[in-house]
Design a protein around this ligand. Structure first.
Ligand code: ZN
Length: 490
């Protein structure tokens, strides 16, 4: 692609081109059989995995990484992140979806300049690598102009991760921006079909308007040969009509990614399943923002492929450990609650830690149509690898159930080594050659600009939404002696 070489040279790691071997780790290959190898090596030559096994011979000059006491797994894949919103990290921690829509869609989203998109993307992209997320779909719906889009891509290309720009623009209808000559020129300038470091999707939502104005945007995607990703099954925003329109008009394909899909009827899930589409589940988002109950308990009934995502750092992190943990827990919560409602007890958990690790790796690769090149540790695949190891952490020993360990014990601070496309981007728990200082400076400027644009009052009000009035229940017991807990007044 046109501008790739220049920004990347600023971050060439010193071992560029040198083979790397991760020695004597516990390897979760995530191959079709989910083979687990103990005390095994993973050898990387060039951009690929060369060999996996015990005591591997390696070429002269290979960089050795001691993986003893650690878990080696495929790089994680996040299929839905609004990276530009990373510049407002944590600001909306107490928001509902309604407050998010008001702040970004109605009131302040248009204030973001190209440099603000760049700042958020740069920081979010670096954050992803630090947390072992080697591929991120940047669901970039703040691209008001192609200058904004160029800024988004510049940032992604300045970070040595694997990205997909999911182009979107909430300031206009998808039938408007996707058909503009500027958009076409941008795509031609910045993307090369088949490029595995920077892919393209179209990102827009389908409102359910019977006239189906989104048809034009689907046709552009089809014409470009790229996937559509769409927020669906979002309570109060997109529902069954949206799925039906996509399906009836012939735009439901195996490449289509349905984000959330939390409040849909069985009919909609059948349509998604029958056409081979996948769902990107953002459990932490669904739990807090209110799209609907995290849907894996239903997706499993329909055998719909699942990938995981973290949605946005305006509320949450870019950390798929959290996605795996919350997804497993929410699914189990639901099973227990549904059983209790019937007076029953769940004695065996249906969803296993192993499955959510699959969703975080193979699930993402399959959703992106890259299952033959990413998502597992097998010779010939692209070398996107994560070593989870932290000898200073009491939580990293013993490692008995490796999938359970990844999901419930490990965390982003335990990500010791990360390779993307054969390049070491994190080593010994520290990022290598990524521009965190620059990202921090850019984000500081963006925050300063937005804060002064909004004014102190709006800035504070946005971050601190009103708390609904609380009604205390009448308590039939009156405590008069707290120390002994004795009760009176019954
Ligand atoms: Zn989203």
């Amino acid at each position: 692609m046109t501008d790739q070489a220049e920004p990347r040279t600023a971050h060439q790691p010193e071992h560029e081109g040198q083979p790397v071997v991760l020695r004597s780790g516990l390897v979760l290959t995530m191959d079709d059989a989910h083979t687990v190898l103990r005390d095994a090596d993973v050898l990387v030559v060039g951009d690929r995995i060369e060999a996996v096994g015990a005591g591997l011979p390696v070429p002269a000059g290979t960089l050795e990484v001691d993986a003893r006491g650690g878990i080696v797994m495929p790089g994680m894949i996040d299929t839905h992140r609004h990276l530009w919103q990373t510049a407002m990290r944590g600001y909306g921690a107490d928001w509902t979806l309604t407050q998010y829509f008001v702040w970004y869609y109605l009131e302040w989203g248009r204030c973001f300049r190209p440099e603000d998109i760049h700042a958020g993307n740069l920081l979010g992209a670096i954050e992803a690598l630090d947390a072992g997320v080697t591929t991120t779909v940047d669901w970039s719906h703040g691209l008001q102009t192609t200058d904004h889009a160029d800024a988004a891509v510049d940032a992604l290309q300045a970070v040595p991760g694997r990205f997909v720009l999911a182009y979107g623009n909430i300031a206009a209808g998808p039938w408007e921006w996707s058909g503009s000559p500027e958009f076409r020129t941008f795509v031609e300038r910045r993307f090369t079909p088949g490029d595995r470091m920077l892919g393209l999707q179209l990102a827009f939502d389908v409102t359910g308007d019977p006239a189906f104005p989104e048809r034009a945007a689907f046709e552009v995607a089809r014409d470009l040969g790229v996937a559509v990703t769409t927020h669906s099954g979002v309570w109060g925003a997109t529902g069954d009509d949206s799925i039906r329109l996509i399906h009836e008009n012939g735009f439901a394909t195996p490449q289509t990614i349905y984000v959330h899909s939390a409040t849909l009827s069985a009919d909609s899930y059948h349509r998604i399943a029958a056409t081979g589409g996948s769902v990107s589940v953002s459990t932490e988002s669904e739990q807090s923002a209110g799209q609907g109950y995290p849907p894996t308990f239903r997706l499993r009934q329909h055998d719909i492929p699942v990938s995981l995502s973290m949605d946005t750092s305006v509320w949450w992190s870019g950390d798929l450990f959290t996605a795996m943990r919350t997804t497993l827990s929410a699914d189990r919560s639901r099973e227990h609650l549904d059983a209790h409602a019937k007076g029953e007890t769940v004695t065996h958990s249906a969803l296993r830690a192993e499955q959510v690790v699959h969703w975080a790796t193979r699930g993402g690769a399959r959703a992106l149509g890259l299952d033959d090149v990413l998502g597992s540790i097998e010779p010939g695949k692209q070398a996107d690898l994560v070593l989870i190891k932290n000898d200073e952490s009491p939580a990293m020993t013993p490692i008995l159930n490796p999938y359970g360990h990844v999901v419930f014990q490990a965390q982003r601070g335990d990500v010791h080594t990360v390779l993307v496309n054969g390049r070491l981007v994190k080593r010994d728990l520290r990022l290598v050659g990524t521009g965190l200082a620059q990202a921090r400076a850019e984000v500081e400027r963006t925050v300063e600009y937005l804060r002064s644009t909004l004014g102190e009052q709006a800035w504070n009000a946005g971050m601190n939404p009103d708390i609904p009035a609380r009604t205390l229940l009448d308590n039939p017991y009156t405590y008069t002696d707290y120390a002994s807990g004795s009760t009176h007044g019954q």
